[in-house]
Write a protein that binds this ligand. Structure first.
Ligand SMILES: [Zn+2]
Length: 313
């Protein structure tokens, strides 16, 4: 399988016919690597913009691309896509640094070709994600391309950064530095699979209804850190920010806790984060409680008190 590393430059412009802003792609740049990761070919094409003929100052300053250059040398989006498709060839793994380029590409395909499907995309992997894992990037922020190069001691002095081809070349050097065929396998997504685009475009969201079927009673129950016994929940859960919070008391050792549960809906699963913090605050039962109902055979009871203050559940 060949590897093609693709990088795009774009210009944000107001797209009148859809009444929204769009990141209009203005340049495609890519390098092709053989099995031994040697750069064997390069690709560069400007896209003649149709939404806005004027580049934003920031884009001009960053890329050094001029309005004249785009209009004179650029081809229309469809032509560039076709040329890239032909150049990339079959049985190609496409890599981009972070999936932002892919979002932008899908959006441009949808806006200008009428379908979000990317004609040349069959196998895809997010190189940023792969590299972050490989070098053990533990910081919360996303690893920038230049930072990755610096971290790995890779020189970019001879590369035209912030230009599509230059950035893809730097990506190639980074990949050469930390490539492992087996490790890469788990990052490869099959773009021909039916739900690839739905899955890719799905945005995880916090579940804010505590009665959601995605939340199980055991997700809301905690054990005492000290004696391992099930804690007694003293109040109904209330929503704070994106999580549910309540107070708990250990019937054995009398330790008070604040328990928080955050539930996020992912494409085909939910992610649950739970924290239990000891508290010195006096734990009192919910004053507004009217009735309780056993929800299941487990030790958890869930209050069915109707929502009163908006944030109480
Ligand atoms: Zn205890």
């Amino acid at each position: 399988m060949k590897i093609v590393i693709l990088d795009l430059e774009w210009n944000t412009a107001y797209y009148r016919s859809e009444q929204r802003f769009i990141n209009e792609i203005i340049e495609f740049g890519a390098v092709k690597l053989n099995e031994r990761l040697k750069v064997v070919d390069e690709f560069q094409m400007f896209v003649k913009s149709r939404v806005s003929k004027k580049l934003r100052g920031m884009v001009k300053a960053l890329t050094h691309i001029s309005n004249e250059q785009l209009q004179e040398q650029g081809k229309d989006f469809e032509t560039v896509i076709k040329a890239f498709n032909k150049w990339a060839g079959k049985n190609t793994l496409i890599l981009t640094w972070s999936n932002t380029d892919l979002y932008t590409l899908m959006d441009n395909c949808r806006a200008f070709l009428g379908s979000r499907e990317i004609p040349f995309l069959h196998q895809y992997a997010d190189l940023q994600q792969y590299v972050q894992k490989r070098i053990g990037w533990a910081k919360g922020n996303q690893l920038g391309l230049s930072t990755a190069a610096e971290e790995m001691g890779i020189s970019s002095d001879d590369i035209d950064l912030h230009r599509a081809k230059g950035d893809s070349l730097l990506c190639a050097r980074i990949l050469q530095n930390c490539y492992d065929k087996t490790a890469m396998q788990s990052y490869i997504q099959d773009a021909d699979e039916e739900d690839f685009y739905d899955r890719f475009l799905f945005k995880p969201y916090p579940i804010t209804d505590i009665h959601s079927p995605h939340i199980q009673p055991e997700d809301l129950a905690f054990d005492c850190v000290k004696c391992n016994r099930p804690l007694k929940r003293m109040r109904s859960f209330r929503r704070c920010n994106k999580c549910f919070e309540s107070q708990f008391l250990c019937p054995d050792c009398n330790t008070g806790y604040v328990g928080r549960v955050q539930v996020q809906k992912l494409y085909d699963s939910v992610s649950i984060q739970r924290t239990l913090t000891e508290t010195d605050q006096p734990i009192k039962a919910n004053p507004r409680k009217r009735y309780r109902r056993k929800r299941s055979a487990s030790s958890v009871t869930v209050d069915k008190t109707p929502v009163v203050a908006g944030d109480h559940v």
